[in-house]
Unconditional design. Structure first.
Length: 557
């Protein structure tokens, strides 16, 4: 990969340039954060022309490495007002990498005549007006683009939420079956894409091949060992059979499942929306688990979910969606939760952010716990673009501010994921210190007891996560620095050791924290909401009692 494609939406021009030397050993999150750090003014408006949207495959994108197709999308976030990277599976990461594209940088601001579509193939990049796509959901957008360009395309797109520039808007990415079921969901990056006037990106890698390593024998050996390690894990077998939704019942019994707007940690309806019972119900309807979300996936934790009539309802139905749209709203009707998830996918909305926002809607008197029909009506208000819908679509913090709610489960403006930190204080330490806002990817800590252990484990996990997000590996494959060093060295001919991978992850975090500080997100934002330090979580009756002085030690990289 040696090309950077810059799309200027102000002039509707595409410039292809050679990647500069400082980008050689950066990919994915590392490259996104580097470009945001060096090119985006930290105090700019996230929806203004000075912000940039960066799309970058990982360093091992387009290769035969297992679980290596993850892709990063980055920008200054309209939700957190800081730096943001959202990670996604699907087919586009591999396709961009096979075309030799190291990064796609979308600059400028929307022009009249849009929305626009960018197509990238071996000939370069072209920008075309597509007013017929305005207002369409992600499913209809993808259907029209596949009919026009062919079924073999990788497609990134936004729904109407992104076009409305809502801070909970996601960027959808097609999976191997052509469905827009994989989302770079967190941080409102779909709103940044919408502000650029860009509806979709079509990626055609026809005529390309797998990227080849410099040392084929060593790379092949490293791959085989990594696959063996993944398949030998008990967790892999469980993920294949039950997906990530299988963990919901466990989290409920553990006592850290956000339930009824983070008021308790256990949900009596857990077996109906999570655990192996969901897989059994789905199988009886003709649905299935054990799917891949991207080429080369070994873990196979994705799924295709059917409704009661045996018809396709949604795909990629995951733990975070069923927890925050289900347990957090007191809804134990699996079909109601799946309909909420599908509607969010089609509108291009982060299911986590919307689940937290709807929990606040309960406290505002708009929604009763357990009322799946009313929850869906509120999401449909977002689809209509009503004032209420636009408030909810701006996320949990704005919803709370509009309705005067003081009990707000957010960190740096972003809704807290589906692990309550009062029962998992180590996870809370990671939530507080992540430069990405409340972020669950790769940093869940169950059993750390001492503050010293929490600090060390959180720092280690954040560094490792930053690294594998840059390499393009999935967190479910659990890549460690030794694995990453071996894969990178054999592919590129680098003489990397685990310490080099750790240095990579650490340097990314340092840039992200520095950007946030310059953007106005000082150390005082590295904290959990007050109610979590004061309000005991049943059934454990624990509060989050890690002091801010201790939390800040995590950032002493």
């Amino acid at each position: 990969m040696d090309k950077v494609i810059r799309i200027d939406m102000s002039t509707l021009t595409a410039l292809i340039e050679e990647a500069p030397p400082e980008m050689e050993r950066l990919g994915g999150r590392g490259l996104c954060s580097h470009i945001v750090y060096t090119e985006v003014p930290p105090t700019c408006h996230p929806l203004g022309k000075k912000n940039k949207l960066i799309i970058a495959p990982g360093l091992l994108g387009g290769t035969a490495a297992p679980n290596s197709g993850r892709m990063s999308i980055g920008a200054k976030s309209p939700l957190t007002q800081g730096i943001k990277e959202a990670n996604v599976g699907g087919v586009s990461g591999h396709k961009l990498a096979r075309l030799g594209v190291k990064a796609l940088v979308v600059e400028g601001e929307a022009r009249a005549g849009g929305p626009y579509v960018v197509k990238i193939d071996r000939k370069g990049a072209r920008i075309t007006s597509a007013p017929e796509l305005a207002g369409l959901g992600t499913y209809n957008t993808v259907a029209r683009l596949r009919a026009q360009h062919g079924d073999g395309m990788g497609i990134l797109c936004i729904g109407s939420a992104g076009e409305m520039r809502l801070a909970a808007a996601s960027v959808a990415c097609t999976d191997p079956d052509g469905r827009p079921s994989r989302h770079a969901a967190r941080g409102g990056l779909g709103a940044v894409m919408g502000a650029k006037g860009l509806k979709a990106i079509v990626i055609d890698d026809a005529g390309t091949k797998l990227r080849q390593p410099l040392d084929k024998e060593s790379f092949g050996h490293a791959n085989r060992e990594f696959v063996k390690e993944i398949l030998e894990r008990k967790a892999t077998k469980l993920l294949m059979e039950y997906g990530t939704v299988g963990g919901l019942a466990f989290l409920s019994k553990f006592g850290s499942l956000p339930t009824r707007n983070f008021s308790t940690g256990s949900f009596e309806g857990d077996a109906r929306i999570g655990g192996k019972g969901v897989a059994e119900t789905n199988a009886s309807r003709g649905g299935s688990f054990g799917h891949v979300c991207m080429p080369g996936c070994v873990v196979r934790c994705s799924n295709v979910m059917h409704d009661e009539q045996g018809r396709f309802l949604t795909a990629g139905f995951e733990f975070e969606s069923c927890a925050l749209l289900g347990a957090n709203l007191g809804i134990d009707d699996l079909d109601a939760v799946m309909k909420l998830e599908k509607k969010c996918d089609d509108l291009g909305l982060d299911t986590m952010e919307i689940g937290v926002a709807l929990g606040i809607a309960h406290d505002a008197g708009l929604l009763g716990f357990g009322d799946g029909a009313m929850a869906l009506e509120l999401v449909e208000e977002i689809e209509k673009g009503s004032v209420l819908g636009r408030v909810l679509g701006q996320g949990a913090e704005v919803t709370a501010r509009v309705f005067g709610i003081s009990r707000v489960p957010v960190i740096k403006g972003q809704g807290i994921p589906a692990h309550d930190p009062r029962k998992q204080p180590g996870t809370g330490v990671s939530y507080a210190t992540s430069p990405q806002g409340a972020d669950h990817t790769g940093v869940i800590i169950f059993n750390a007891e001492s503050t010293g252990e929490m600090i060390a484990e959180s720092r280690k996990k954040q560094i490792n996560t930053s690294a594998y997000d840059s390499v393009g590996l999935c967190q479910m494959a659990e890549p460690n620095p030794e694995v990453m060093a071996g894969l990178l060295s054999s592919f590129y001919g680098w003489d990397w050791r685990p310490d080099d991978v750790i240095c990579l992850g650490r340097s990314i975090l340092q840039k992200e924290v520095a950007f946030n500080r310059r953007a106005g997100l000082g150390p005082e934002t590295d904290r959990l909401p007050d109610f979590m330090t004061e309000e005991p979580l049943s059934p454990s009756e624990k509060v989050f009692d890690v002091t801010e002085d201790v939390i800040r030690q995590v950032l002493e990289y």
